[in-house]
Design a protein around this ligand. Structure first.
Ligand code: 13P
Ligand code: ZN
Length: 263
């Protein structure tokens, strides 16, 4: 399978999980030079797009990016109209090399995606992927839960045994902000210095990682924890996962977990 086939399979799954209604959500994926070379006969810039933040550290890199206004639902049957392959041409410009055939542009969240890539590459050389989606229970939780990150992290960790194992660094949380610009991009990327997942209150989730499986698994685990929270938060609780249990898990799985949450 090439990188396009791999990606549209995940986009299709995200849609089927009901996390990307209509044009909701977007993806950007760093593609290795050798993969681009075997996919494109020649490298020709079709159109360019300009951004007012500094992309110096990623100049020359290739990104597969979903198009603005495009539906995840349609990506598998028509990748060439719904996705674009871009190269970072200089510190403020990206160039389309393939795709978005009907003249469309990259996602409106491109500033956040590229800012997150820049930050995550500083902490993880193997980082390659950013996925934004609109999972129902995460959005529900952001209506009824205080926004404190330690409190979110602790509640999500306590919903199921696997949470702390999958996201030991915890979860970042942003208040409602205007989407689609460099300000929310900067705020999200700032959180990505510490976290691989950031909640956009009343909107959705930004997640990052090394590959499609890892990021999809992160979304699944976080959303499942949020689903359990929404099902039980107002019920009488008879027993739960204690702070001591979380510490036992951390010891058994040799986890480096976020400090200040359970100790
Ligand atoms: P785009 O259609 O521009 O990707 O926007 C969708 C979205 O989820 C905005 O946050
Ligand atoms: Zn969105």
């Amino acid at each position: 399978m090439n990188f396009i086939e791999e990606t549209v399979d995940i986009l299709d799954l995200l849609y089927k999980h009901n996390w990307d209604e209509r044009n909701g959500g977007n993806l950007s994926y760093i593609i290795k030079e050798e993969e681009v070379k075997s996919f494109l006969k020649e490298e020709k810039v079709i159109r360019t797009y300009h951004y007012d933040f500094d992309m110096s550290s990623i100049v020359g890199k290739y990104f597969l990016i979903t198009g603005t206004g495009k539906y995840f639902k349609n990506c598998k049957k028509d990748p060439e109209n719904n996705l674009g392959l871009f190269k970072i041409l200089d510190k403020n410009t990206i160039g389309l090399l393939w795709g978005l055939k009907d003249g469309g542009g990259p996602t409106s969240e491109t500033p956040t995606h590229l800012s997150c890539h820049i930050e995550r590459l500083k902490v993880d050389k193997e980082h390659r992927l950013v996925i934004h989606c609109h999972p129902t229970n995460i959005i529900c939780m952001s209506h009824i839960h205080e926004l404190d990150e330690n409190s979110w992290t602790k509640d999500l960790w306590k919903m199921q045994t696997e949470s702390i194992v999958v996201f030991p660094e915890g979860i970042g949380v942003l208040p409602w902000m205007l989407c689609g610009g460099t300000e929310i991009g900067k705020a999200t990327a700032d959180k990505m210095k510490e976290y691989r997942a950031v909640v956009w209150s009343q909107h959705g989730l930004f997640t990052t990682g090394k590959n499609l499986d890892e990021v999809f698994g992160l979304i699944e685990t976080i959303e499942k924890a949020a689903e359990i929270y929404m099902k039980i938060f107002d019920k009488k609780i008879y027993q739960s996962i204690s702070d001591e249990n979380l510490k036992e898990l951390a010891k058994a799985f040799k986890l480096t977990y976020k400090k200040g949450v359970i100790d």
